[in-house]
Design a protein around this ligand. Structure first.
Ligand SMILES: NC(=O)c1ccc[n+]([C@@H]2O[C@H](COP(=O)([O-])OP(=O)(O)OC[C@H]3O[C@@H](n4cnc5c(N)ncnc54)[C@H](OP(=O)(O)O)[C@@H]3O)[C@@H](O)[C@H]2O)c1
Length: 192
């Protein structure tokens, strides 16, 4: 092998090593946007009798579109309120019950263990309910809130959003229609 060929080979190796290093650095620096997603009434109502209060199909479609392909963290009560684990998502259920099993979901017993499970996901979601929103709100980077502009009777409420910490960055207002009796807004907040 002549000197030029050796040089070219060494350069190739160097570039390959640099690429590998760049990939590793990117992976280390990859920022993940922990996003809390919820639908709450004007009075922060979230749910009643371990169920949702209203049915807004547009909101459910948006929830599905945003969360599909991602990890979703939920409380044991929210998991039990659903017919089954949500498809196309990594379902993570938080409970203190050591013997709890959940078909199609990973069960964890602490916030840290839940956070461990979402490593590597660019946009994991906190999907409720009230207790879990309270537990994670401080750690989240973004809130995707559907605000339903009506007061509802409820037994679980969304925590107050501290506007000194959170800034509204996007809003879409949707008006009541024949099949949808409430005005509502899709609001995105980002941590200041
Ligand atoms: N409108 C919305 O966007 C929305 C979204 C989701 C849910 N919801 C509604 O919210 C209601 C459920 O909310 P919820 O507040 O009653 O219950 P939840 O937040 O779904 O679950 C609470 C459970 O999470 C577990 N948990 C909480 N903190 C924990 C910790 N530090 N470590 C380990 N486990 C922990 C406990 O399970 P164990 O008791 O098993 O220990 C606790 O009972 C339902 O009505 C549901 O329909 C509404």
């Amino acid at each position: 092998m002549d000197t030029e060929t050796i040089k070219a080979k060494n350069n190739g190796l160097l570039y390959a090593m640099e690429d590998e290093k760049a990939i590793q650095l990117n992976e280390q620096n990859a920022t993940s946007i922990l996003t809390l997603i919820a639908a709450a009434g004007k009075n922060n109502a979230l749910g009643k009798d371990n169920d949702l209060i209203w049915h807004i199909s547009n909101d459910l479609k948006r929830f599905k579109r945003l969360t599909s392909g991602h990890a979703i963290i939920m409380g044991r009560k929210t998991f039990e309120s659903m017919p089954k684990a949500l498809p196309n998502r990594t379902n993570i259920v938080l409970t203190t019950r050591k013997d709890f099993t959940a078909a199609g979901a990973t069960v964890v017993h602490s916030i840290e263990a839940a956070l461990e499970q979402i490593k590597g996901d660019a946009q994991p979601f906190i999907i409720g309910g009230g207790e879990i929103y309270r537990l994670f709100m401080e750690r989240c980077d973004r809130i995707e809130l559907t605000r339903v502009h009506h007061d509802f009777e409820a037994d679980v409420y969304f925590p107050e959003i501290d506007l000194t910490q959170w800034k509204e960055v996007a809003r879409e207002d949707i008006f009541a229609s024949e099949d949808q009796p409430y005005n509502y807004s899709f609001i995105t907040y980002e941590k200041q």
